[in-house]
Design a protein around this ligand. Sequence first.
Ligand SMILES: CC(C)(COP(=O)(O)OP(=O)(O)OC[C@H]1O[C@@H](n2cnc3c(N)ncnc32)[C@H](O)[C@@H]1OP(=O)(O)O)[C@@H](O)C(=O)NCCC(=O)NCCS
Length: 178
Amino acid sequence: MFQIQAKRIYLRDHLPADLQDFHELLSNPQVNRYLSVRSGSVDESGKRFEECLLEANNSNRKKYFLAVCLNESHQIIGESGFTILDRYEKGGVAEIGYFLKPAFWGFGYAQEIAAALINACFTTMNFDKVTATCDSRNAASAKVMQKCGMTLEQSVKSHYPDGEDFLQLEFSIKRHPE
Ligand SMILES: CC(C)(COP(=O)(O)OP(=O)(O)OC[C@H]1O[C@@H](n2cnc3c(N)ncnc32)[C@H](O)[C@@H]1OP(=O)(O)O)[C@@H](O)C(=O)NCCC(=O)NCCS
């Protein structure tokens, strides 16, 4: 099982029993306001969750969707992970993401998650660049990226699956800055 250990939390591959927490997150309007992935029904969440389980067993794995758990209680407090965008002989590029149950916002968990993901991408995975994007109105997420040392590369017009337009901020960090 793929796992990343941090100070107060750990990130791990999903277990079948995680579906309820997964659905709770993806269907919460507070959580999915700035996410391109939203689930209305348990069935919809179930399909996405199935993809997480399948990817974890894929020998050519590109997506690492991971549950965020508290070290002490093992309670799931959110979702996180990275997607491999490019892979070449001496490195690669991955995009990270994270979202938490609202009860756990404001305690610095997202920064801990993002820092742990970036570290794992540069060490365990041997990538040389990590990217992350957010809606320009998502101030908390943009702040997390900046606090992890990421810099803004560009802002591009984008839209959600339902058609709503938004400005997407694209951040990145390199393992070996020029
Ligand atoms: C974005 C999210 C992950 C942040 O989680 P978190 O654990 O509360 O984040 P942290 O506590 O690590 O840091 C958030 C920082 O943003 C700041 N912040 C929070 N809300 C803010 C706002 N509306 N405007 C400006 N800054 C804000 C906090 O003060 C904190 O900065 P500080 O450490 O200097 O005080 C969480 O709000 C979330 O799950 N949102 C819904 C899903 C989502 O949007 N995910 C990101 C998709 S790109």
